[in-house]
Design a protein around this ligand. Sequence first.
Ligand code: KIV
Length: 271
Amino acid sequence: MKSTKSFSARDIMGSKGIKPLVMVTAYDALMASMCEESGCLDMLLVGDSLGNVVAGQTSTLPVTLDDILYHARCVRRGASSMFLVADLPFMTYPYPRDRALEAICRVMQDTGVQAVKMEGASPAILELVEQSVQMGAPVMGHIGLTPQQQAIDGLRRKGRSEAEAQALLEQGLALQAAGVFALVLECIQQDVAATITRTLRIPTIGIGSGPRCDGQVLVYSDLLGLTRDPPPFVKPLANMRHMVMETLRAFKSQVEAAGQVSTHAPPKISH
Ligand code: KIV
């Protein structure tokens, strides 16, 4: 298995205040190879958003550990030298603890990613982060809108009330103390995300949380304009959905113009 030279979670931490971190999701070798070749990204995320993007599910909840393992291996094959982070899927953590640690171990050992991402900041998650880091598996945190909690909390913007803003800051501090090397802030009010970013020593990576984070992450298909209905906070930088359809139509025209559609009756087959 190929892996990166010596780029580590510590390097990501060290970028705080020096350069903005740029991250997108990837789920397959083709996209991963283009991300690597672009030379402009700091990290790739094998996100459980693959449930929506690749599998056509309506949430991330059906994504399994085997799905993450398969897609993380594909991404590693496409981007052999990039720093990769893989999501731990719904219900594989933080309980039972042994099974959660086993899941982290499989994700790291079987795929060659450098870190795992966990959603939330409950006491059990904090303990798992601490154990994982002590055992050598770096963890990226994720607070704000946490899609794995949608059955309980819905999918809503976070930090609108003062109490919620304070709770988010406390979650960030607790995750930092537990040892996460970076923290995704998803759909958090801009000023609250900015306060968390200013307060923490670790880099924050925003998605739908305004520009005042230490970096940004996007689902690649939203960024490229491949998604039919991207989330409202995404401004796609291309319209590749249109380009794909135009290319398919151009292929159809080319096939027709070359006369490859036979108008003759098929030869008789004798038995
Ligand atoms: O799964 C994912 O793509 C994510 C990003 C939205 C941060 O967790």
